[in-house]
Design a protein around this ligand. Structure first.
Ligand SMILES: NC(=O)c1ccc[n+]([C@@H]2O[C@H](COP(=O)([O-])OP(=O)(O)OC[C@H]3O[C@@H](n4cnc5c(N)ncnc54)[C@H](O)[C@@H]3O)[C@@H](O)[C@H]2O)c1
Length: 323
């Protein structure tokens, strides 16, 4: 099968390229690394992705470039975009509008232009942030959406576009990812910042009091769910939670992390970010029923894995190492 992975120079996208390629698919990796929140990191990852045997890499800006070749695949796994709640309150808002909403609209339009019967299936990254904060029970896919940041609003818009495209005859699937971590995690994300600070001997920068909790989900689990979403016949336009069943507070995660690192670290409290959910918590029943997927990696093992990656990166020569 010919699979296009957009956002292939990114954290999740680079893992997806590896997994689809290992599964024997022909992979066209698509990205515009200069559009990344961390362009230097994306360029390094892009070089690794492009060097992988059997993977073809194409620099395409989904918001402006011609998408005929991208839409000609059997499947498009659309992971490109501008992530980040914090960033979206500043100049990142316009970027989220461009790289989430405009890019997705153009991609869906290009796929709809294909003759019926030759349109790709399109699996799209959405986010737990579309729910806002979970209450006393996990969020189910048919809960009302309550986006609390410009980033979350852009993801709701992406979901609406995917719904409209499904009405127009495109097989779209929305995967609502929950706080993804693991090797190559983005430098703006919590565990990346914590591990780097701890290894430098600096205090760990924590937004707020650390009582926020998250369904932290390892990137290998996320990619396994994404592969299953490609393989299974699913109702067009459906949304599926891809998150760990358990939610853990940032404080408890820090205890696990520092014990795994074998350090005692101070905490440096930073002003909480508006729109950052007090709790994200995934109800995973739909994923289990439709994808046969449940998360397999617990937080302690997953943190060991991410820490090993940070250590390996630090052992690289300075000119190779970015991030
Ligand atoms: N990481 C998480 O915890 C998480 C949680 C929920 C949802 N998501 C979503 O999953 C997707 C991937 O997230 P990530 O953490 O890997 O982010 P990332 O920033 O590492 O990867 C996104 C990639 O998209 C590329 N990109 C941006 N605009 C582009 C454009 N116009 N054309 C082509 N490429 C473009 C960037 O260069 C980057 O490499 C995003 O849509 C994000 O919103 C991520």
């Amino acid at each position: 099968m010919q699979v296009v992975v957009t956002g292939a120079a990114g954290f999740i996208g680079s893992h997806a390229v590896e997994a689809f390629s290992d599964a024997g698919h022909q992979v066209l990796a698509v990205d515009a690394p200069g559009r990344s929140l961390a362009p230097d990191v994306a360029r390094r990852t892009w070089a690794e992705v492009a060097a992988r045997p059997g993977v073809v890499a194409a620099e395409v800006d989904l918001a402006v470039d011609d998408l005929t070749a991208v839409a000609a695949a059997d499947v498009v796994v659309h992971l490109a975009g501008r992530p980040g709640v914090r960033d979206s309150w500043g100049p990142g808002r316009a970027v989220a509008e461009r790289d989430n909403v405009t890019a997705t609209r153009r991609l869906l339009a290009a796929c709809l232009e294909r003759p019926a019967g030759r349109r790709p299936k399109v699996v799209i990254a959405s986010s737990s942030s579309v729910y806002g904060s979970a209450g006393r029970r996990p969020n189910r896919e048919d809960d009302p959406l309550n986006p609390a940041s410009p980033y979350a609003v852009s993801k709701v818009e992406v979901e609406r576009l995917a719904g409209l495209a499904a009405d127009g005859g495109l097989r779209t699937v929305l995967l609502r990812y929950f706080s993804v971590y693991g090797p190559r995690q983005r430098p703006d994300m919590a565990f990346h910042r914590f591990v780097e600070a701890a290894l430098d001997g600096r205090p760990l920068p924590v937004f707020g009091d650390g009582r926020r909790s998250r369904s932290f989900t390892h990137v290998r689990d996320v990619v396994a769910a994404t592969l299953a979403a490609v393989a299974e016949e699913l109702p067009p336009g459906i949304a599926i939670n891809v998150g760990h069943r358990e939610h853990v507070t940032v404080r408890d995660a820090i205890v696990m992390l520092t014990s795994a690192l074998g350090v005692q670290a101070e905490i440096q409290r930073e002003t909480p970010v508006a729109g950052d959910a007090a709790r994200t918590w995934a109800d995973t029943r739909r994923a289990r029923r439709l994808l046969g997927w449940t998360p397999a990696i617990g937080l302690r093992d997953g943190l060991d894995d991410q820490i090993a990656w940070h250590r390996a990166l630090r052992a690289m020569p300075e000119e190779v190492r970015v991030g």
